[in-house]
Design a protein around this ligand. Structure first.
Ligand code: BGC
Length: 245
């Protein structure tokens, strides 16, 4: 089934039409810069723009950078505070005139990685960590998602982990991959201690640079770069919409 997959991030909104059974994109990817401030109305207007661009009529799956409980945003770390309590599914459905299904962005990326990427054949506890504007997490137990975990908000060195190891921090502090890798290793060690995962999968932009910092990683669990590159969020959102039909 073809579904429009959308990945809403702190800096960009990306979308493509996805074959939700195979995980393949069947259109080009379209990107819009996330409006600032990223208010509900401003982001919903971007959703409408995406639908017009693809001339889309049909279900839409959408990854959103916050916890989303039954369609309602519960947090807002890298988006406007006015999202908290907003029914994202109803808002997007109203603006696009298409049924919209919304989940946490890292959960979406994790679902795609488990089905079509680095997580294939990985059982037990798999922890997907996405490194972007924020740090997202998705926890799988024998392939089953525990939704809405916020492991990027663990306290590490007396600060919120994502304020210490996100891609944004790496850029603003101009950290080398080696220096950033050492910080990231502390984070993975902390997660390993708390969660005893069998495997970590690292997603987001850091997946493409894995060889630049992997030698800094000392955790015992296997650590793999995500394979879906920047598409996993789009593909996982479409998979989610398929399951909600
Ligand atoms: C948010 C998460 C999100 C992650 C990646 C964090 O700041 O709290 O919900 O998954 O950023 O976008």
């Amino acid at each position: 089934m073809h579904i429009l997959g959308v990945d809403i991030g702190g800096t960009g909104i990306k979308a493509a039409i996805v074959d939700s059974k195979t995980g393949q994109l069947i259109s080009q990817r379209q990107r819009i810069t996330t409006p600032q401030p990223a208010t509900p109305q401003a982001v919903a207007a971007c959703m409408k723009q995406m639908v017009a661009f693809f001339n889309w009529q049909g279900p839409i799956g959408c990854g959103f950078p916050a916890t989303v409980h039954h369609g309602v945003a519960q947090t807002a770390s890298n988006i406007d505070q006015s999202w908290i309590g907003t029914n994202v599914e109803s808002l997007f459905t109203e603006y696009t005139d298409c049924p919209c299904y919304v989940l946490n962005d890292a959960d979406a990326a994790g679902m795609a990685e488990m089905a079509f990427g680095a997580g294939i054949q990985h059982h037990g506890v798999v922890l997907v960590v996405t490194v972007g504007t924020g740090i997202g997490s998705a926890v799988f137990v024998n392939g089953q998602l525990l939704p809405n975990t916020e492991l990027g908000h663990l306290i590490l060195n007396q600060q919120v982990a994502e304020h210490y190891i996100s891609a944004r921090v790496r850029e603003t502090e101009d950290l080398s991959w080696k220096k950033w890798g050492k910080r990231f290793d502390l984070y993975l060690q902390r997660l390993a201690f708390l969660m005893s995962p069998d495997c970590f999968i690292i997603g987001g932009g850091a997946s493409k640079k894995f060889e630049k910092y992997s030698s800094q990683l000392t955790v015992k669990a296997e650590v793999l770069p995500a394979q879906g590159l920047n598409q996993a969020g789009i593909v996982g959102a479409a998979m989610y919409a398929l399951h909600q039909q």
